[in-house]
Design a protein around this ligand. Structure first.
Ligand code: HSE
Length: 323
């Protein structure tokens, strides 16, 4: 992938931010995701010659996140960069300001991983580009949930919509951000244990009937062709067409079927689970998001289930320097 990282910095410390993301987009389990305009995680880092890696963390849900540099996504990703470029003589002094809520399904660890890898790379003068940097960021995901999947970290790094076209070696295809569309996210307040993503991955079926594979392939084809042609109706049908992952995870999300039906009846192009959940999302036309969000929230309220609702855009930019 051609790199969009133009600037090289020679500074003693940097401050970068990386966005929340929606992974899978329905049928694209582990192979596609999109960057949202907000919220974002911020990582401030300097490289020291002594003292060991140090991590401080504050912000949304930070009490649930480890400061242990061997477990913290941003620090693990940053250290992976140091090791890859042969500078493991240096130590990280890192501060993470969480904006993306952990365990929500909005790529919280992906945002931290992307910001951690990018910030360290920047301090070193950008020796890594494109997929080489992505590979380091994926190590942050591995630390967070045991699996180095790239469908959150890749759009958090590169922005737009990113398709993971190969695992070994890791390769991506980036699409420009979708324009004139809104993305409504509903996050129901449900009991979430430790290791949410790990559990949401463990409940997936080990094998599936051939007919489901046919339908899933068809849905992913619609999503990809829709993206390539700018056909949002086709894209939305693809997003809504997941018959494998969504079917297994829907039971973890209260009123999932009702939310989906209502969203599509109201005119949303597509609806599915965001990442490993419990957030769900609807892709809809501009200026429809607020009303649709209120509509969906009321379904949960009627059952006494609290939720949060937010309306986003697909961000062109992924990780970036902030002042
Ligand atoms: N592709 C991942 C999953 C995203 O669905 O488990 C969540 O991290």
């Amino acid at each position: 992938m051609a790199s969009s990282f133009a600037k090289t910095y020679t500074r003693s410390s940097v401050r970068v931010s990386a966005p929340a993301t929606i992974a899978n987009l329905g049928p694209g389990y582990d192979i596609i995701g999109m960057a949202l305009n907000e919220p974002r995680d911020i990582v401030e880092v300097s490289l020291e010659k002594e003292g060991g890696d140090l991590v401080a963390i504050e912000g949304v849900g930070s009490e649930a996140i480890s400061c242990d540099p061997k477990k913290n996504s941003a620090a693990v990703a940053g250290r992976a960069v140091l090791e890859k470029v042969g500078r493991d003589d240096l130590y990280l002094k890192m501060k993470i300001i969480k904006g993306v809520p952990p365990k929500s399904g909005l790529g919280s660890s992906g945002a931290s991983s992307a910001a951690g890898a990018y910030s360290v790379n920047l301090l070193l003068g950008m020796p890594l580009r494109g997929e080489d940097l992505l590979q380091c960021a994926m190590e942050g995901e591995r630390a967070a949930c045991g699996s180095p999947h790239a469908d959150n970290v890749a759009p958090a790094l590169f922005g737009g919509v990113v398709f993971i076209s190969s695992f070994k070696p890791i390769k991506v295809v980036r699409f420009d951000a979708l324009k004139n569309l809104e993305i409504v996210v509903i996050t129901p307040e449900v009991e979430i244990g430790e290791e949410k993503t790990k559990i949401a991955r463990q409940i997936l079926p080990a094998s599936v009937p051939l007919q489901d594979i046919v339908l899933q392939t068809q849905a992913f084809g619609k999503l990809l062709v829709g993206l390539m042609k700018g056909d949002v109706v086709l894209m939305g049908e693809g997003i809504s067409g997941d018959v494998i992952i969504e079917r297994a995870r829907a039971k973890l999300i209260p009123k999932f079927e009702d939310l989906k039906r209502r969203a599509l009846e109201a005119g949303a192009y597509g609806f599915s689970i965001s990442g490993a959940g419990p957030s769900v999302f609807a892709l809809c036309s501009n200026n429809m998001g607020k009303q649709l969000g209120a509509n969906l929230k009321s379904i949960l309220e009627e059952e006494g289930i609290r939720s949060s609702c937010s309306v986003h855009l697909n961000a062109e930019e992924g990780v970036k320097v902030v002042s």
